[in-house]
Design a protein. Structure first.
Lengths: 441, 441
């Protein structure tokens, strides 16, 4: 079998056989196929696509390219949640303790942020001393004993995806739905999930720019999950503007805590209830979606969800007092307000631009080596649809490096657009995809 | 400027600026752009194409990526001829002395063969002692004194094309008309030609499989040549079956000599007269195409064309007696006839398959390192349209390695197809492309 023949076959729009896909993924993993041939194949796939069967085979091969996590020692159904990435997306911090407090078994592997989006690992490091590199035994024991464990991904998880993703990033071949689906699902499957709830973001701040693309991706993800006998549900939600008000690690942790107290922003709470209720159904902790929502609301109001977060922080070596005492949270030495220069309404608040402004403040990484300022970030008082008065504060920027304020302010300013008419508010959740099909909200 | 942005621009079907193309070609030449990004761009160009202006810029940049040959010391117009490659294509061996004998100035740089097609350098080495590595001064002096010199290409000619071609070959991105045109013309232009006559082959034995593609390529080549102020003419000719009867180095040299005596196969003679007459017109050695043909026919019948070949061989250190005494030609120790198993007509004689059979006999190279058996090859007694009788000889295979005969015979057998009806004979030359447009034959 020759790689050049596989490339030319895909280039001509033909369907690759299982053997050809296996040959490719093994070759990439073992460094036996040069990057230039892999890059040419990725571009051919960008133009010609892959069908459901090719995508499933690719995903399986990538899943098995490295270590796979065996969670069978955990008797409960392990239900995992994944978001395709957004700005101000702290749902995992809320959801993990929330659904664990309702009886679900949460064995969560997570990652760091890069570019305009943040990462759950970085956010959790706001809790000083928090250990996010659990060994396998501790990870599984914690899930069994407390119903919750969150840890960084094993370095040897899906090495084929690590190589391919890095290559796609520099060859303009990220934006193919089959390749995105394979990349996401190979990691979820290798992480040992029994069932998967996906949050597919759509809009200017997300990979998927159109609803059509987002639903197509959701369908591919569900098809792969079900093809691997994992119950899979995908919600498609808007990411035109950041989720909630807080962007940046400590700021987002505080907002997540508020949400666990039942006092969070409505968009964030709605999304957590919806994702969480689906997780409870898939893990047999609720009979219906509606029952799931009801249970979760009780866990918020009873304080059990917040107590589960305290427990999570404590058992992983962090300081649980931070949950209740914000004086113990990382603090920024400098802050500046962005003011409205005229009255009217916020008509746009571009999520990606807000994410980049937050990164400029030190809250995110431009390269993998950058260090993060946990206190840096942005608090958005005004979001799309909000009325504003001249000289009212739109947002506050926080950083420990004063030199970064001016560029970040300019950037944030450019994320906002205004109008003199109130824009139509749009629902956050657009629809749900499962093996039964698409349900629009 | 970032290479990934150039790739994504072309991927999205946009037109690259001159600066972007310059950035790419310089980067490739200086090894500053990794092969995987070049491969991704080649595949994006395969799908999205390049317009005439992009192709011209690419060609110019590649032309200037290495050494360029200055032929301005030669006062006459240097007219070069290029064929896109075929099987049994010995036109250069005939044309160079033929047009030189008619007053044209022939400063020919040429190459070796690879795969199913042969190379002029290999063929000329049939003349023992022939020096095909002339230094610049000797090359130019010979052209000025004798009107003819043939030499291997400088190693530093168009390094960007060497790199890109090697990459395209293993990433299934050869078959793009703009990239093919840029590759061909950058070499012709760097070789110092003032005017160019091109032989664009079409058919199963050629790169271009359809007439439409061949004419599109011819138009791109002419457009680039004229865009660089070089008069350029492209003939489109068929390459369904091999040209002439002989395939293999010494066999082809003998057939070229027969053709220079006016006793060659009609298809080969016709093509040489047509290409040659255009060369005479472009070099001001004939006023019209018809006059050019008349002059060339006189040079064949007077013996002057053959005398020019003897002179060429002599001045470049070869043995000119080989031109007249075939006992001095390389001889094969083994030969075998391929016989007709029934009566009828030859309906097909696939050029590429014949070329591969000849390569298997030792006449060509599978890899650049292979050594050539100059005596090896195939003589085709029967070609498309010829009537055959059962047990008549279709072709003879020659080699110095008996072990190769059986596989090569099988291969050659598979190149032939037969029918009981006489197939329609097709004209060899299909049409001509110049700055004035397309003229069909």
């Amino acid at each position: 079998m020759r790689m050049v023949d596989i490339i030319s076959k895909k280039r001509d729009g033909e369907i690759l056989t299982d053997e050809e896909i296996i040959f490719f993924v093994k070759g990439i993993t073992r460094n036996e196929i040069p990057d230039y041939q892999a890059a040419a194949l990725m571009m051919a796939i960008y133009f010609q696509g892959m069908n459901a069967s090719e995508t499933l085979t690719l995903t399986k091969c990538m899943m098995h390219s490295g270590e796979t996590i065996d969670l069978s020692a955990i008797s409960a159904i392990n239900v995992d949640k994944h978001s395709t990435g957004g700005v101000g997306d702290k749902t995992t911090i809320v959801l993990a303790p929330l659904v664990a407090s309702a009886g679900a078994s949460v064995a969560k592997m997570t990652g760091r942020g890069l570019g305009h989006t943040g990462g759950t690992m970085d956010k959790l490091e706001t809790f000083s001393g928090m250990n996010l590199h659990l060994d396998r035994t501790t990870f599984i024991n914690n899930v069994q004993q407390y119903g919750i464990a969150i840890s960084g991904q094993s370095a040897n998880l899906v090495p084929a995806d690590k190589k391919l993703y890095a290559l796609r990033d520099v060859t303009a071949t990220i934006e193919n739905i089959s390749l995105i689906a394979g990349s996401i699902m190979s990691k979820k499957l290798a992480s040992g999930a029994d069932a998967i709830v996906l949050d597919i973001k759509v809009g200017s701040g997300a990979f998927m720019k159109t609803e059509k693309d987002a639903f197509t991706l959701a369908q591919e993800l569900v098809e792969i999950g079900e093809g691997m006998n994992r119950q899979t549900i995908g919600l498609v939600s808007r990411m035109e503007q950041p989720l909630g008000h807080a962007v940046g690690n400590a700021l987002e942790i505080k907002e997540a805590i508020e949400t666990l107290k039942g006092k969070g922003p409505k968009d964030l709470e709605d999304l957590c209830l919806s994702l969480g209720a689906n997780m409870l159904v898939l893990s047999n902790n609720a009979r219906t979606y509606e029952e799931g929502v009801k249970i979760l609301k009780e866990k918020l109001s009873s304080g059990e969800a917040l107590e589960k977060l305290r427990q999570l922080v404590q058992i992983q070596g962090g300081n649980p007092k931070q949950v209740d005492d914000w004086d113990l949270m990382p603090k920024a030495t400098h802050q500046v307000d962005l003011m409205a220069t005229s009255s009217g309404y916020v008509s746009d608040l571009d999520a990606e631009t807000v994410g980049l402004a937050s990164m400029l403040l030190g809250a995110g990484r431009q390269t993998k080596e950058d260090r993060i300022d946990l206190a840096a970030g942005i608090y958005l008082y005004k979001k799309i649809g909000d009325a504003i008065q001249e000289n009212e504060v739109l947002a506050t920027l926080y950083t420990n490096d004063e030199s970064k304020l001016s560029l970040a302010s300019e950037k944030l300013q450019s994320a906002y657009a205004f109008s003199n008419k109130s824009p139509r508010k749009q629902k956050l959740i657009i629809g749900k995809v499962s093996k039964l099909g698409i349900e629009m909200e």
